[in-house]
Design a protein around this ligand. Structure first.
Ligand code: SF4
Ligand code: SF4
Length: 173
């Protein structure tokens, strides 16, 4: 190796950097101001969905917890009344927790849910500094409402929300 070889190699490297700087499009995202779009099938932080009228889709059936291979979900159900209604049907989830340290984002909970209540969204901003903070409760998971009169629980007309699992479109249609 000649004495000038390292300088030549270094110049080649710097030349390549200069070329890409001048001719190629910038691919760096200025996170957190600018967020990288996720793929259509990306599975991120869970969201507990509501119906358009604000009632919670979750009926506390625990099928998501049963399907979870990481034992990350804990659900406790309680009874709805028309004076204090959270969701359609008999029961709602009075406790719903996901341990994000255990979750492997497989999506089995989403697949198992009969009301499409639990959904893995596109939010990838998960950070915590203790084990306790890694347990996301219902207050963190539940979708926000558009207005105050859509909040749950609320008083509803007697006997109109008796069916807990809505009619769903046949996927073969
Ligand atoms: S995504 Fe998978 S591991 Fe995470 S809570 Fe759902 S079923 Fe469990
Ligand atoms: S999220 Fe779905 S599967 Fe889980 S308890 Fe609620 S209704 Fe049942």
């Amino acid at each position: 190796m000649g004495v000038f070889d390292p300088i030549i190699e270094l110049s080649k490297g710097l030349g390549e950097t200069l070329r890409s700087f001048l001719t190629e499009k910038t691919v760096t995202y200025q996170y957190p101001e600018e967020k990288r779009p996720v793929r259509p099938r990306f599975r991120g932080r869970h969201v507990l969905k509501r119906y358009d009228n604000g009632l919670e889709k979750c009926i506390g059936c625990s099928l998501c917890a049963a399907a979870c291979p990481a034992d990350a979900i804990f659900v406790e159900a309680s009874e709805n009344t028309d004076d204090k209604r959270f969701s359609p049907g008999e029961r709602y989830a009075s406790t719903y927790e996901i341990n994000m340290l255990r979750c492997i984002y497989c999506g089995f909970c989403e697949d198992a849910c009969p009301t499409e209540a639990i959904v893995l969204g596109d939010n990838y901003e998960l950070s915590f500094t203790s084990r306790e903070q890694a347990i996301y409760g219902k207050d963190m998971l539940l979708e926000p409402v558009a207005s105050e009169n859509m909040l749950t629980p609320r008083k509803v007309e007697v006997g109109i929300y008796t069916r807990s699992v809505p009619e769903m479109q046949d996927p073969r249609d």
